[in-house]
Every structure is written in structure tokens, then in C-alpha cells.
Design a protein around this ligand. Structure first.
Ligand code: NCD
Length: 332
């Protein structure tokens, strides 16, 4: 499918939620980058995600996507993203072809190209979720496919559905997004979830605080976009500089698998650890988030702190993916 390039046109026929026939503008579209989501689309997805919460709490499942099939194709490890897409599809009454246990068991190991694998899966499935180690792979898949392709992470590029669930979590935890001070901590260079969330937040009146070692600073290209957009940005190496004022502390894992030099990874791997002592200095309303998996950046002693939002964030992932699947499959 073609990537959505011309957002405003898509909304020509959009009506407010609840106004009878509702063309959500997503039907048949790919989800490749968070840049496809303007405020109208974001509020639609959030509205639908809240409906999904209600539906799951009341009934557990429904048959909105009955008879529809999702193919989940993962060329990189995953727990949450794959499981939440599968749970999302099943709670909406659809079914799943899960190629998530390692593509070594599929024809990829025989040398099949990504476009051929995609063109095969679309013979069986109505939508394809793809995770791949290379930046741009999701767009290549989308160009080959006639069914919608959803990017579940393309290397160090983007992870748009994670960005959406992160933004939704901020909204749920704090009641608003505007005026917040959002601190991102850890691997800002290779962390694709940081890249997607940073881009999404540009649509709001937020202040960014980037906390990383020199080696793991936010890529210059993305920093330049923030500067061009006149966003409020500060960078530091030290969590102590941001902890007292942050409304959101978004902590990330150092992405070991992206380093070409293991010695460099060793240098930065333990750069931050959020402990109960650090949390004592944070606002009582701060949301502590992490896309997970964590490998030591947040002490497990913090888990019982009511501000630790990361497992609620995990659950929100299922609801947001339910909303997205229903939207791209045209079931508003
Ligand atoms: C993230 C990813 O895969 O980019 N995980 C996830 O989807 N929740 C973050 C990470 O691997 O560190």
C-alpha cells in the first residue's frame, strides 16, 4: 500500500466520534511512521482505545474483526509487541498467523526476500504486522503489499505503535499532554521508541529533557527537527538535573544489539539506574515509564511506587493496538 503522505485530504470526510457513519480515514492504510498521525487522528485513536478498555473490562472480547486474519512477522525478538498484537486481534474476534518464534523456521532462512514473504502472507491475511532489523524495511514491505502493513519496529528507525501507546499512557496517567516536561533517559541514539515518541510530542506544547551519555545522544537529524519546530529542548548527562521537575520520566534500555563495538556498549551499559532514593526527589504526580524490557535501568524496588506506570503502559499497548487494527481494517 502507499504510505499516507497527504494527511489533510484523509480527513475530508471525518466526523466527530459518535456521529453515525464514521469514516476514520485509516481503512486500508499502512502504519509506518508516527508522522502519519496529526492531532485529529491521535484523538480518534485515543477515543477508540478508551472504548476498547471499556469493552474488555465489561465483556473480555467481541467479534468486531471476526473472520479477519492478522499475520505477525517478526525478524527480531519481541515479547510485548507480538503478544499484544495477538491479544488485540483475538479480543476483537479475529485470528493470527504468528511468525514470531524466529524467522529461522520460515522460508526466510532459505533466502526468501522480504517482498516475496510479504506477498505470500497477504494471500492469507488481511493485515500484516512486521518487525525488522533494518531502517526502512516496513516501507519496503508496504510497497510490496496490497493489504495494510503495520510497522512494529524497523531497526533504529521507528516504532510507531509503541509511540502511540506511550503517548496514550501519558494522557491516561496525567490527564493531559500539553505543558508537560518530558524527560527521556538512556539510549536516545538507538532507541526507536524514543524517536517515535519524540516526534509525536512535537504536536504538543511540551518541554523536552534529554538525558544520556555523550555516545547515546539523540540523533542530530531529529534534534534539528525539534529546533526547527522551536520546541523547548535541554540536554544533560545527569538524571539529577531533571528529576525534580519532570512530569514524565521515560527510561530506556541501552540497545546492546545495535552496537558494532562491544567495548563501547560496556562503557555505557550501566549509565543510569532509577532507585527509590531518586524517586523520593520526583514530583508526587510524575509518571515513570519504560517501553520494556528493562535490564537494570529501573530498580525493581521502584515497582511498588504508584508512579511506576510501566506495566499499565504494557496493558495500554493492547488497547491501542486493538484501536489501530480495527481502524486499518475499516471497522470503526
Ligand atoms: C522496545 C523495542 O523493541 O524497540 N521494546 C518494545 O517494543 N516494547 C524497546 C527495547 O527493546 O528496548
Amino acid at each position: 500500500m502507499e504510505m499516507i503522505k497527504d494527511l489533510p485530504k484523509l480527513f475530508d470526510h471525518v466526523e466527530a466520534p459518535g456521529n453515525g457513519a464514521y469514516n476514520n480515514g485509516f481503512a486500508g492504510q499502512d502504519v509506518i511512521s508516527v508522522d502519519q498521525f496529526d492531532r485529529t487522528r491521535l484523538s480518534y485513536i485515543f477515543h477508540r482505545s478508551r472504548e476498547m478498555i471499556e469493552m474488555v473490562e465489561q465483556r473480555g472480547a467481541c467479534d468486531l474483526l471476526k473472520g479477519r486474519v492478522l499475520a505477525c512477522l517478526f525478524y527480531e525478538p519481541s515479547t510485548r509487541t507480538s503478544a499484544s498484537f495477538i491479544a488485540a486481534m483475538e479480543r476483537l474476534g479475529g485470528s493470527v498467523i504468528p511468525i514470531t518464534q524466529g524467522v529461522q523456521f520460515s522460508s526466510v532462512s532459505k533466502g526468501e526476500s522480504l517482498p516475496d514473504t510479504i506477498r505470500t502472507l497477504e494471500q492469507y491475511a488481511d493485515v500484516i504486522v512486521l518487525r525488522h532489523p533494518e531502517v526502512g524495511a516496513a516501507q519496503i514491505a508496504a510497497d510490496a503489499a496490497s493489504v495494510p502493513v503495520i510497522n512494529a519496529g524497523d531497526g533504529t528507525g521507528e516504532h510507531p505503535t509503541q509511540g502511540l501507546l506511550d503517548l496514550f499512557t501519558i494522557r491516561q496517567e496525567l490527564g493531559t499532554i500539553d505543558k508537560l516536561k518530558v524527560a527521556m533517559v538512556g539510549d536516545l541514539r538507538y532507541g526507536r521508541t524514543v524517536h517515535s515518541l519524540t516526534r509525536l510530542l512535537m504536536q504538543y506544547d511540551v518541554s523536552y529533557r534529554f538525558v544520556s551519555p555523550e555516545l547515546l545522544r539523540l540523533p542530530m537529524a531529529l534534534m534539528n527537527v525539534l529546533i526547527d519546530r522551536k520546541m523547548k529542548v535541554r540536554e544533560t548527562h545527569d538524571v539529577a538535573d531533571v528529576i525534580e521537575n519532570a512530569d514524565v520520566l521515560y527510561v530506556t534500555r541501552v540497545q546492546k544489539e545495535r552496537f558494532s563495538d562491544p567495548a563501547q556498549y560496556e562503557e555505557v551499559k550501566d549509565c543510569y539506574k532509577i532507585t527509590p532514593e531518586i524517586m523520593q526527589r520526583a514530583k508526587p504526580t510524575m509518571a515513570l515509564m519504560h517501553p520494556l524490557p528493562r535490564v537494570g535501568e529501573i530498580d525493581t524496588a521502584v515497582d511498588s511506587d504508584p508512579r511506576a506506570a510501566y506495566f499499565r503502559q504494557v496493558k495500554n499497548g493492547m488497547y491501542v493496538r486493538m484501536a489501530l487494527l480495527a481502524a486499518v481494517l475499516g471497522r470503526a
